[in-house]
Design a protein around this ligand. Structure first.
Ligand code: HEC
Length: 194
């Protein structure tokens, strides 16, 4: 190929690429990367609040802080992106976090994947699905249970004072009886596509 035609071909290629970018198409890989970053920031905000509240007044105090702040932080992260950013679980504490059908099936698959030997720390799933007649990108990432979580999500490890406050704040609480390494739930993100 002559040098001039090579330049012409690569010029066309560049033009085609810039049209794609101009149309604002975001690749699935980019959506996965953005979801990971957003979930990380979301987790850090929640963790920051939890750690500060535990330090200031132990688990009973932290429980009250989670109760008033968790959903506010969740909403802030959704608003900042224009996506739905949330946490869900097969056994929820706050019924507002209950999974929809798609999330439920992914959570069940996460549990099956863990049973088959996969580590929950890196467990993810994504898909493009139709929702209300529109295409959306959906992404979930498993949240493993750590030792600190057992203060409020364990079985016998939950102190009587925490137990009493849980009963008062969450009469339908199901998020108990977890052990370290169990999948406590998942981050869930929905990005509109068109
Ligand atoms: C101080 C008590 C406390 C500790 C410690 C705690 N949580 Fe929670 N957790 C809560 C409360 C309270 C809620 C409900 C918040 C709300 O009202 O939205 C909750 C909700 C959740 C949810 C949302 C789903 C649901 O059940 O409603 C997930 C997921 C979760 N916690 C995971 C964890 C993980 C993982 C850890 C450890 C890293 C942890 N939590 C530690 C009190 C706690």
């Amino acid at each position: 190929m002559k040098r001039s035609s090579l330049m012409f071909t690569s010029g066309l290629l560049l033009a085609a690429m810039s049209i794609t970018f101009a149309a604002g198409e975001t690749s699935i890989d980019d959506r996965v990367t953005m979801s990971r970053q957003t979930a990380k920031q979301f987790m850090q905000s929640l963790k920051g609040e939890l750690q500060a509240a535990m330090k200031a007044g132990g688990p009973v105090n932290a429980l009250g802080v989670c109760h008033t702040k968790a959903m506010v932080i969740t909403q802030q992260h959704s608003d900042a992106k224009g996506w739905r950013v949330a946490r869900t679980s097969l056994k929820t504490r706050n019924p507002a976090n209950a999974p929809d059908a798609w999330e439920r099936s992914v959570l069940e698959k996460f549990d099956a994947r863990k049973k088959a030997g996969e580590a929950p720390q890196t467990m993810e799933h994504h898909a493009v699905v139709e929702q209300g007649g529109k295409k959306v990108f959906r992404w979930m990432k498993a949240i493993p249970t750590q030792a600190v979580c057992l203060n409020c999500h364990g079985g016998d490890s939950v102190a009587p004072a925490v137990e009493a406050k849980l009963k008062q704040l969450y009469p339908t609480d199901q998020a108990r009886g977890y052990a370290v390494g169990d999948i406590r739930g998942a981050f869930t993100i929905t990005q509109p596509i068109d």
